[in-house]
Design a protein around this ligand. Structure first.
Ligand SMILES: Cc1cc2nc3c(=O)[nH]c(=O)nc-3n(C[C@H](O)[C@H](O)[C@H](O)COP(=O)(O)OP(=O)(O)OC[C@H]3O[C@@H](n4cnc5c(N)ncnc54)[C@H](O)[C@@H]3O)c2cc1C
Ligand code: SF4
Length: 564
């Protein structure tokens, strides 16, 4: 480190990592609850709590810029947090007045007359989560919380077996790892308690779970969602419409699914969710989303429409049994970082918010006692156990295990699961990490060894390279790649032979490319276009050898998911 660029440090009471619905709801609830605690203390003649210093770190250049979700939101948690959120101008696009479940088939679509309970969303709010996060951040800041956008948490600071804060990432390092003229070492932010809410597959969450042995009883499992916003013909635009659907005959072999939500200004949110549990190394969430648009009804809907945005993000699908232990000395886990998303309902916003609020209530007690040990913080897990969020997760607890076992088992298990309050044929139903299910090409039937060819027409369907421009993603090229591949030799040799380099398929932003290696004729080597990355985390999850680690790039870099 150059003497001119010393590492700075600061101390706060509560540090949040990530500015998503989980942490923003938590920070706002914390400030409200401290005021409420002090009001009651004053009335009873007891001393109150010193208002805590609370800081939220966010890797995006502004809050909401890395936020991607469907999104149709159950307003339950928000109503508890801000009861008059509608009057306060919460940015709802439309309130759902039609919730359909459609089967798309080669001749059109079929409206399933009885919508499965998990897709009954009447009264839910269609939102851009990016806009919703901005709205929440304004209120959180007004309550006295500081938010630092453009700062990525890079490492946990651990002393004496407890979490004491976070080190943010260095800025201004060139691709060989040397400091540039603008070099700025990351800051050490010390906190009495650190709340990790980085969303799916969090960098610090992974460090925390590994270091403190917090893993849940089931393996975490994931899906990848591709989202596109289109401006459609006003005649085809239906305010309040919320559609979930699947494709026939594909439904007989896998459970990928789609959504369609109408937004203001004749926009629609279209998304396609691919389970990351495929046996095929060619599994490609971007391709699945493109192919789905060629079904007749979707083709009709998007005829003459204009593509506005593109993005992708992984979704935690493991549910209750994949949840890690939620606390340790000096730290808590909230939201998707702790598998709070209810994948059965494709609904995680209200769960994330509620987890943050339950954490906040525990933090008030910890602040009052000035005790941030696991003993006090453990009350968070007890609160959760008594909450509606746990009840909701409990109902869905075997959903992931059920879909993982394929159509036949699912068809048998689902009615029983419904009749037995989520139990089904076996409880708990174990899950297997998706990357372990991937089969070497040699074990696939001959017809499946080659990746299917698909012609993108440039009107309805697009290549990854084209679509990535609609994500607005930006990264400095002259910096170390934030996609850290532990063994690139493996890519050229074993992986090329066994799996045919699945990174080229599963990444929805064409970040990974195997190019001819002039030094080794006949072999290819890995080229990483890190500047394309849309921060979906799929590679960190789906790589069969688990040698890819997604790390945060320089703070402020990444996609521009405004509106998403
Ligand atoms: C494709 C898709 C569709 C979905 N559809 C719906 C839906 O329709 N309805 C619904 O209710 N839910 C939906 N969900 C789920 C929902 O979006 C999530 O459950 C919810 O956003 C989780 O909130 P969170 O606060 O835990 O994390 P996030 O919303 O992911 O926020 C985490 C924040 O932390 C930041 N961050 C991450 N790492 C760091 C770091 N190291 N340092 C600093 N900042 C960091 C990120 O940039 C981000 O801003 C969907 C999810 C996806 C991916
Ligand atoms: S490199 Fe990884 S995180 Fe980035 S877009 Fe590709 S799969 Fe997603």
């Amino acid at each position: 480190m150059s003497p001119a660029a010393q590492r700075e440090s600061m101390q706060v009471d509560v540090l949040y990592v990530g500015a998503g619905p989980a942490t923003l709801a938590s920070a706002l609830h914390l400030m409200n609850q401290v005021s409420e605690h002090n009001r009651r203390a004053e009335a009873a003649g007891r001393p109150g709590i010193e208002p805590p210093s609370v800081l939220v770190l966010e890797k995006a250049a502004s809050v909401g810029d890395h936020m991607l979700s469907g999104a149709v939101m159950n307003p339950k948690a928000l109503r508890e947090l801000v009861p008059d959120f509608e009057q306060q101008g919460f940015p709802t696009e439309y309130v759902c007045n039609y919730a359909g479940f459609w089967i798309f088939h080669p001749k059109g679509k079929l409206n399933v007359p009885i919508v499965p309970p998990n897709f009954r969303k009447k009264g839910y709010h269609v939102v851009s989560l990016s806009n919703a996060a901005k709205w929440l951040a304004e209120r959180t800041e007004a309550a006295g919380v500081e938010i630092y956008p453009g700062f990525a948490g890079d490492q946990l600071l651990i002393e004496g077996g407890r979490v004491v804060g976070v080190r943010t990432g260095d800025m201004g390092v060139d691709k060989s790892g040397k400091p540039k003229a603008n070099y700025q070492p990351g800051m050490d932010i010390f906190a009495k308690v650190t709340v990790i809410g980085e969303g799916v597959r969090g960098t610090l969450a992974k460090q925390l779970v590994d270091r403190f042995d917090l893993a849940g009883q089931n393996a975490p499992t994931f899906e990848t969602g591709i989202k596109e916003i289109w401006r459609i013909d006003p005649k085809k635009h239906v305010p309040g419409r919320v559609v979930h659907g699947m494709q026939f005959p594909e439904i007989l072999s896998h459970f990928h699914g789609m959504w369609l939500y109408d937004m203001k200004d004749n926009l629609i949110s279209y998304g396609f969710v691919t389970l990351l549990d495929s046996e095929s190394p060619h599994c490609d969430p971007h391709l699945e989303a493109q192919k789905f648009k060629t079904t007749p009804w979707m083709r009709w809907l998007l005829e003459g429409a204009e593509l506005v945005r593109y993005g992708a993000k992984a979704i935690p699908a493991g549910g209750l049994y994949a949840q890690p232990k939620l606390y340790t000395d000096g730290a808590l886990l909230v939201g998707d970082s702790a598998s709070f998303c209810n994948a059965q309902n494709l609904a995680g916003i209200h769960m994330a918010m509620k987890s943050g609020m339950l954490a906040a209530e525990t933090l008030v007690e910890a602040l009052a006692q000035q005790d941030f040990s696991a003993k006090t913080l453990g009350a968070y897990a007890e609160r959760y156990r008594r909450s509606w969020a746990w009840q909701e997760h409990y109902q869905a607890r075997n959903f992931g295990g059920s879909i993982e076992r394929g159509t036949f088992f699912f068809g048998l298990n689902e009615p029983i699961r419904m009749l037995t309050g989520g139990r089904g044929l076996r409880d708990p139903l174990p899950t297997e990490a998706g990357h372990l299910r991937m089969k070497p090409l040699s074990e696939l039937p001959g017809s499946k060894r080659e990746k299917e060819k698909f012609e993108f027409d440039g009107k309805l369907t697009f290549t990854k390279e084209h679509l990535v421009q609609f994500s607005g993603t930006k990264h400095e090229v002259d910096q170390p790649s934030h996609l850290v591949v532990a063994d690139t030799d493996l890519c050229s040799t074993t992986c090329a032979e066994e799996f045919g380099n699945p990174c080229e398929s599963f990444c929805p932003a064409a970040v990974y490319e195997m190019i001819p290696d002039p030094g080794n004729p006949g072999r290819k080597k890995l080229l990483i276009h890190h500047e394309n990355c849309v921060h979906c985390k799929t590679c960190d999850i789906a790589d069969p050898y688990q040698v890819i680690t997604w790390t945060p790039p320089e703070g402020g870099e990444g996609p521009d998911y405004t509106q998403m």
